[in-house]
Design a protein around this ligand. Structure first.
Ligand code: MF3
Ligand code: CO
Ligand code: CO
Length: 275
């Protein structure tokens, strides 16, 4: 059974299976954390060029997070040792920054989660490295559109299944595969909280959306089949058929009338092209 619990910033909040309904103090905390997260991604734009290593990008993320008064929530999370995830081409998610250099034509996802005053701003965007084939650009465009169509369904009275269905319908219309193995999640005081936000589903199913709910939507969409494979590092997930994968993520809060996107780019750089 779905249970909801109203919370305020002073409460002790843990991952206990309940869906938290945050008050204005929670929304204010998420607004600040989400803004910092978006600013970090904005600042990365000029650095995503052929030849740069993903660990150099991770260094920028860590420095900006700390300078912003926050801590990278991924640092030390279940043994993860980097400040962001960088997923290149057929990597679906949780790519680990390292000495690998980006090359012209790559598409990459950078996923950041600064924790500011205890609030988690979780967001990711795709970046195009130099000139990118039209096939890859189309995947990136449709993935962003799918996220935003899902967000349009995020309003009180709707169900999570309405969000999922909007995403799945748009992606599959383009004959893409929607990843099943990873989902969005409640977020706020807790990095990964209830509910699970799956990206395929039927209208009217799943938990009802209520004002105060805060969660991420983060569809991963593949040119080919939805199936993923874990690499031996225990983190990196890749497409089984090695086709390209794309993802965008926002952290949002349900309001009385719709939703607030906490992680929108203040610079208007929510999706490529950024030039
Ligand atoms: N930011 C990712 C998400 O969207 C989680 C990354 S956890 C890590 O939920 F340990 F892989 F970094
Ligand atoms: Co997330
Ligand atoms: Co994320």
């Amino acid at each position: 059974m779905t249970s909801y619990v109203s919370v305020t910033a002073d409460d002790f909040i843990e991952r206990d299976g309940a869906i938290k309904l945050y008050d204005a103090t929670g929304f204010e905390g998420m607004r600040k954390a989400g803004r910092l997260a978006a600013e970090i991604l904005d600042a990365l734009v000029p650095h995503v060029v052929p030849g740069v290593t993903t660990e150099a990008l991770d260094d920028i993320v860590r420095r900006m997070t700390l300078d912003g008064g926050a801590v990278p929530a991924t640092l030390g999370y279940r043994g993860y040792t980097k400040s962001c995830c960088i997923s290149i081409n057929h990597v679906v998610c949780h790519g680990i920054p390292g000495p690998k250099a980006l090359k012209e034509g790559d598409i990459i996802n950078i996923d950041v989660t600064p924790m500011l005053d205890g609030w988690h701003g979780d967001t990711s965007r795709m970046f195009l490295v130099g000139d990118v084939p039209i096939k890859a650009k189309r995947l990136v465009d449709v993935t962003y559109e799918s996220l935003m169509l899902g967000i349009e369904q995020a309003k009180p009275g709707n169900h999570l299944g309405d969000v999922s269905h909007a995403i799945q319908t748009h992606a599959e219309k383009h004959r893409y595969g929607v990843v099943r193995d990873f989902c969005g999640h409640g977020v706020g005081r807790v990095f990964h909280d209830a509910p699970e936000v799956v990206h395929v589903g039927k209208p009217g199913t799943g938990p009802e959306l209520k004002p105060g709910m805060i969660f991420t939507i983060e569809p991963m969409i593949n040119i080919g089949r939805p199936d993923v494979k874990m690499l031996d590092d225990g983190w990196t997930a890749v497409t089984r058929d090695r086709t390209l994968s794309a993802q965008f993520e926002h952290s949002i809060g349900i309001t009385e009338t719709g939703c607030e996107i906490f992680t929108k780019s203040p610079a208007g750089l929510d999706h490529p092209p950024y030039a």
